[in-house]
Design a protein around this ligand. Structure first.
Ligand code: ZN
Length: 263
C-alpha cells in the first residue's frame, strides 16, 4: 500500500513521528508521498524525504498562499522550487497546488495565477502535479483542458466531484483521481461519490490519507496516519467489487507509475 498524500511533517506528529512511520512500513506500507504546501513545509517535507528511504515528496504553494505578497514572493521563489525539483531525486511532483473557493472566493484570479505559474514549473521540470481543488472543479477543468496543459500528468487529490464533473475530468487522458477517508463517510448506498468511483477505471485511481486530516471510518474524528489508507482501499474494493489485495496491487502500480517511483 502506498499513501500518495500525507502531511507527516505537521506538528501533529512531533511527539511520535517515527512510530507512525514505522507502523506503516511494518504493516505492509511500501511508500509515502509527503506534501509541502508553503515555504516552511516545503523545507520540512524535503527533510523528511531525505531521512526516510521510501518517503518521497511533492512541493508547491497551496492556494491558501495566494495573496498579493505571496504571489510576489513566489516570483522570487519559483527558481528555488524549480531547482529542488530538478536536483532532488526525492521530489516526485509539484503540489499541492490548485484552487480553493471554499476557503476564499474573493481572490480567484490570484489563485489561478499562482496555480498556472506552478503548472508551468511542473511542465518545465517534467514532473506530475498534485492538485488541490475545492468548490472550483469547473474552473480547474477549464485551466487544465487548455492545449498547453491538457497532456500533463495530474492527480486531483481528495476527489469529490459529481458525475457530470467526473465526465469532464475523464476526458483528460493523463488525469488520475485520488481518494481519501471522506469516501467512507456517506451512509446511503446510493451516495454520489460511489457512483463516481464506479465510473472511473481502476487504472486511474490512487489512494491517500491526507493525514492528519480526514481519518476514515472506523477511526473517523481521530488523527489520521498513513496506515489508515487501508480503510480507503477496503472501501473502494467493495465499491468496485474486486478483492482488497488486487485493489492494493493496482493502486500501488498506479502510484509507482504516476510518480515514477523506484522502490
Ligand atoms: Zn493535503
Amino acid at each position: 500500500m502506498i499513501d500518495t498524500h500525507s502531511h507527516l511533517d505537521f506538528m501533529n506528529y512531533d511527539k511520535d513521528r517515527d512510530e507512525v512511520i514505522a507502523r506503516f512500513f511494518s504493516k505492509g506500507g511500501k511508500a509515502i508521498v509527503n506534501i509541502g504546501v508553503d515555504g516552511e513545509t516545503i523545507v520540512s517535507t524535503l527533510e523528511l524525504a531525505r531521512n526516510f528511504k521510501n518517503i518521497f515528496c511533492a512541493i508547491g504553494y497551496h492556494p491558501h498562499s495566494a495573496n498579493n505578497k505571496l504571489s510576489e514572493m513566489l516570483k522570487k521563489r519559483a527558481d528555488a522550487l524549480k531547482e529542488h525539483a530538478i536536483q532532488n531525486k526525492k521530489v516526485v511532483a509539484i503540489g499541492e497546488v490548485g484552487l480553493d473557493y471554499f476557503h476564499n472566493k474573493k481572490n480567484k484570479e490570484q489563485q489561478k495565477e499562482l496555480f498556472i505559474r506552478q503548472l508551468k514549473i511542473a511542465k518545465k521540470t517534467d514532473l506530475p502535479v498534485v492538485i488541490h481543488c475545492r468548490n472550483a472543479y469547473e474552473d480547474l477543468l477549464e485551466i487544465i483542458s487548455q492545449d498547453e496543459y491538457k497532456n500533463m500528468k495530474v492527480v486531483v487529490h481528495c476527489y469529490s466531484g459529481n458525475t457530470l464533473q467526473t465526465e469532464g475530468f475523464l476526458s483528460l487522458k493523463n488525469l488520475t483521481f485520488s481518494f481519501t477517508g471522506n469516501i467512507t463517510f456517506p451512509k446511503k448506498e446510493d451516495a454520489e461519490i460511489f457512483k463516481v468511483i464506479k465510473m472511473i477505471p481502476l487504472g486511474r485511481i490512487m489512494v491517500e490519507t491526507d493525514c492528519p486530516f480526514l481519518a476514515p471510518v472506523p477511526v473517523r474524528g481521530k488523527r489520521n496516519e498513513p496506515l489508515y489508507v487501508k480503510y480507503v482501499i477496503e472501501k473502494i474494493s467493495k465499491i468496485k467489487e474486486v478483492t482488497m489485495e488486487s485493489l492494493e496491487r493496482i493502486t500501488d502500480d498506479n502510484a509507482c507509475s504516476f510518480f515514477n517511483l523506484s522502490l
